[in-house]
Design a protein around this ligand. Sequence first.
Ligand code: PGA
Length: 249
Amino acid sequence: MQQSMKLVAGNWKMNGVAAALAEVEALRAALAEAPASCRVALCPPATLIERMARAASGSPIEIGGQDCRAETHGAFTGDLSASMLKDAGAGLVILGHSERRQGYGESDALVAAKAAAALDAGLAPIVCVGETLEQREAGRAVEIVRSQVMASLPLALTGRDFAVAYEPVWAIGTGLTPTLEQIEEVHRAVRSAMIERLGLGISATPILYGGSVKPDNARDILAVPEVGGALVGGASLKAADFLGIIRGA
Ligand code: PGA
């Protein structure tokens, strides 16, 4: 099976103002000195995208948004379209993060519509899936994640640059992680659902693991079969921590 480069992406969530751009400078300098063996991306709040894209310009650091609207424009106060993110300097966008699925009631169908809109705007979507603790304890993790993959990936993703991120809801921001065996089991299920949905052509599309990835567990997690990278929240805010994860890829 063809294996593409791993992708390590940082999700800054609602953190960071101008002063935080110093972390991008530090990351950039470190990667210039010793290049990463993976793709590296940072997804800051929308207010920082343009400045971060400028700070990362000419470096291997890719910039992404954290969400977009499915519509291209219109009367949607406070929201952003995919083309606005692209215009600001983003090349990627996280979609269907559990904080949006849970906090804003985003459905699989809405996530799929957003992913299609992102592709139309020239952005590579990172589509998030993951079970709750209740669902895992009921033995339904694989079933839930499979159904999210099937319904959240639009057919238009075939042949395009994108990623799926498996993020167990109970592992996000908690310091808890699944065992390496549990991660492998779900990643294999995600891969088979992706192939069922989009065909064998997506065999090299990275499946990221997300949820309490830290410098001290990244190497083991990134070595699990079918783990094609990481989506990192808290530990992506400081260049030193994020670098510790990147160096494990
Ligand atoms: P965490 O967040 O690394 O802080 O657990 C991951 C995410 O929400 O993408």
